[in-house]
Write a protein that binds this ligand. Structure first.
Ligand code: DAH
Length: 350
């Protein structure tokens, strides 16, 4: 058999092999065998020496043509297997009914999202605007301007993740009070709520997590009083837990409010009768609130370089609630960890 005849046999084998290669792995094996750097074609090139001088040009041309042919055939086959997959998907008929007993899955909004939306709707009706602030903060916004000076023992109430010398993950959404008031494009009156994520290096258990959500509220106007605060929160709580839910304030302390209060509502599980959720008390704790401390207005004025929040003219209230806690009270959820696990059995219930 002449060399050219042998070459023809190789060509036929290669073509048959390529046809038989059904998947990407088979194609790759073919490529290595025939056109790879250590493949048969390369080995053939080396046989040029055996070819009589006068046949060399014809043999060389034949080799080159074969190489081009096999490379092109390989590329075509490769494109074919890649195209085959989406084509199979595209043939799925979306109008076909599901087999008996199976149902289509629909997505739902996360319970925390729904609680936040409920809060937003009630407060929006009272003229509050939803705003956001950064989750990576500096000490001034998380502490100093909220009247929590360095070395003051009350800082310990907010264990905080520091990520650099003056960069931390905010431990409370009260930061957004400062962020909003120091915007020079705004002047009082101010009515905002700021829902968002906060971070604390807590040990995780049924009521603690290293990240959770809060909603902050701030209202600044002339003659704002504790009665305005209580009326606003009364409406918010009725929106969340239903009409007839009662609220009560207990004296408390927060550096950025004076006076400060802790707010409770009548237990949504037993309507105040006393049950295991409220430990027989009939009330459950929801969060903190109070009248904006004049020291906060002064810090904001310093940052702005004006007297836009003159404490002699303006007063305000603020509040801050944990959204997980509100949502737990709303749906009778007893373990905070459920919010972080994304277990579909939990998420599907709401
Ligand atoms: N930022 C407080 C906390 O994380 C909650 C809070 C209390 C916010 C009283 C307020 C407030 O706006 O007035 O514990």
């Amino acid at each position: 058999m002449s060399l050219l005849d042998e070459l023809e046999t190789l060509r036929a084998e290669a073509a048959a092999g390529l046809k038989a290669a059904a998947d990407p792995a088979g194609l790759e094996a073919w490529r290595i065998k025939y056109i790879g750097t250590k493949g048969l074609l390369k080995a053939w090139m080396k046989r040029m020496g055996e070819v009589p001088k006068e046949d060399k040009p014809a043999f060389g041309q034949r080799m080159n043509a074969l190489k081009d042919e096999l490379t092109a055939a390989f590329e075509q086959a490769q494109a074919g297997t890649a195209a085959a997959r989406p084509a199979a998907k595209a043939s799925f008929d979306v109008t076909e009914p599901l087999p008996a007993g199976q149902r289509h899955e629909f997505g739902r909004r996360h319970p925390l999202t729904r609680t936040t939306e409920q809060l937003r709707d009630t407060l929006r009706a009272l003229g509050f605007e939803v705003v956001e602030g950064p989750e990576v903060e500096d000490e001034r916004h998380n502490f100093d301007d909220l009247n929590i000076p360095a070395d003051h023992p009350s800082r310990d109430n907010w264990d905080t993740f520091f990520i650099a010398k003056d960069a931390l993950l905010r431990s409370q959404t009260s930061t957004v009070q400062i962020r909003v008031m120091e915007q020079r494009s705004r002047t009082p009156p101010i009515r905002v709520i700021a829902p968002g994520r906060v971070y604390r290096p807590d040990t995780i258990d049924a009521t603690h997590a290293s990240t959770f959500h809060q909603v902050e509220g701030l209202y600044v106007d002339r003659n704002v009083s504790m009665a305005d605060l209580k009326g606003t929160l009364q409406l918010m709580v009725e929106g969340l837990f239903g009409e007839g839910t009662r609220v009560r304030f207990r004296p408390s302390f927060f550096p950025f409010t004076e006076p400060s209060a802790e707010m409770d509502c009548s237990c949504p599980a037993c309507a105040g009768e006393g049950c295991n959720v409220c430990k027989g008390i009939g009330w459950v704790e929801l969060g903190g609130c109070g009248m904006v401390d004049p020291a906060v207005f002064e810090a904001v004025n310093r940052a702005r370089g004006d007297n836009a929040y003159d404490p002699e003219v303006w007063s305000g209230f603020a509040f801050g609630f944990g959204i997980e806690r509100l949502c737990m009270r709303r749906h009778g959820i007893s373990d905070l960890r459920l919010f972080l696990e994304n277990d579909l059995r939990f998420l599907r219930q709401t």
